[in-house]
Design a protein around this ligand. Sequence first.
Ligand code: RP5
Length: 162
Amino acid sequence: MSQSMDPPPGAGALTETDPETQFADLDVDAPVVGIIMGSKSDMAEMEKAGEVLEEKGIRYEIRVMSAHRDPAIVADYCANARMRGLKIIIAGAGLSAALPGVAAAHSDLPVIGVPLSSRLSAAGGLDAILSVVQMPPGVPVACVGLDNARNAGHLAARILAA
Ligand code: RP5
């Protein structure tokens, strides 16, 4: 369907070949948030981020992929995330918790890290907190509290609404 689009003062007119014009009327139901985690054992906590998104009517997908055990899968998923229509990646992991940082290394989307505790955690989960927080300059990860995936869902909703 074509629409008349008057450009704002100083801006060029959108043409029918601009992607914004071509896809403006498509009813797309692709997910906008990707929730990933390092292990199946993280699912019970990470599902809570999905519950928050669902309550707010935000489409998401949820997948298990380990930064250490499936590095190529993580790299592909994150490198293609923007092209697939995702706007935010939520990544949960425990122990050395590399997954959020690796996601931020392979994607320029906002990454929200969820540090998780597990039976092998050192210092009650401080290991994962430090792994998620201590990113090098230029490769940011937003970190929510330990085992607080719900807050990752809330933060994602705020970013999408900003
Ligand atoms: C990380 O190590 C996972 O994120 C999980 O929190 C922790 C334990 O993993 P499993 O031993 O349950 O696979 O990779």
